[in-house]
Design a protein around this ligand. Structure first.
Ligand code: TMP
Ligand code: ASP
Length: 249
């Protein structure tokens, strides 16, 4: 399906660490999200560029958001426009990084002293404050309430939606011989006030381990200098059946 939207580089709205946003000439309800080749870690302290990463992450996000839309999860994704760009619904983003964890790793291992790879009985959902100047600290529900970031019921809805996303995407990895260890989501409110899943889902925002040998198949290869990022992302795309090249219709 071809989506007909009009935008140019002059319609630039916002630059984040991994993506740009552009305005489109419509009612104002849509934006274009463009994936960059940039990789950052540790709140921008580590930086590099990898040719093709933008295209890969646009393809991953298309793949997962298509599956989530099909499963009835409300997402901002309206379709891929070209190699790096997708049409999205304009959201007012909640300043929370919502992390779902199936297995102990990363900052949960640092915080608890549990070894990376320690299994968990059921998934958990954590919230981090999106605030670069504070290095995105973890927030308890009482802090989210105190800061008035979302209403208590909205926080419960947001966590339930994050677990629904896990229910959809975790089996996609398992079926391809990979373990979805954890991942980060962002949510926002649309013009009608509904809570909608935004941002991206890609190996930049997930921890993915090979089911056989626990090889890291995500941005930890860059954060921890474990291997070639593009080769790793291409392997994951291939195993998941993600369509990276565009087929004109
Ligand atoms: P963490 O273990 O460092 O808290 O990361 C948990 C998950 O969130 C992991 O899959 C990587 C992802 N993540 C992001 O997407 N952006 C971030 O800024 C951070 C810190 C983690
Ligand atoms: N937040 C991203 C990460 O480490 C990038 C960054 O912090 O610069 O996953």
């Amino acid at each position: 399906m071809t989506i007909d939207v009009s935008y140019t580089d002059d319609d630039f709205l916002y630059e984040g660490k991994a993506k740009y946003l552009f305005e489109v000439e419509d009612s104002g309800e849509h934006l274009v999200q463009r994936f960059k080749d940039d990789a950052t870690a540790f709140n921008g302290k580590k930086f590099a560029q990898f040719e093709g990463k933008g295209q890969l992450n646009c393809a991953f996000t298309t793949h997962f958001f298509d599956a989530l839309n099909d499963a009835g999860v409300d997402t901002h994704f309206h379709g891929r426009l070209n190699e790096t760009d997708m049409l999205i619904e304009r959201l007012e983003i909640v300043p929370l990084e919502v992390v779902v964890r199936n297995v102990v790793a990363g900052s949960l291992s640092d915080r608890t002293g549990l070894d990376e790879g320690t299994p968990m009985e059921s998934p958990i959902v954590e919230t981090f404050y999106k605030k670069d100047e504070l290095d995105d600290p973890i927030l308890c529900d009482c802090h989210v309430e105190m800061l008035d970031l979302v209403e208590p019921q909205q926080l419960r809805d947001l966590k339930a939606a994050a677990l629904e996303v896990n229910d959809v995407i975790e089996p996609m990895f398992a079926d391809a011989g990979m373990r979805l260890i954890d991942f980060k989501l962002e949510f926002g409110f649309n013009a009608a006030g509904a809570l909608v899943l935004g941002d991206e889902i890609s190996p930049d925002t997930c921890r993915i381990w090979d089911a056989e040998d626990d090889r890291h198949l995500d941005k930890d290869v860059f954060r921890r200098d474990l291997g070639d990022l593009i080769e790793t992302y291409e392997e994951v795309a291939d195993r998941l059946g993600v369509q990276v090249e565009l087929i004109e219709d």
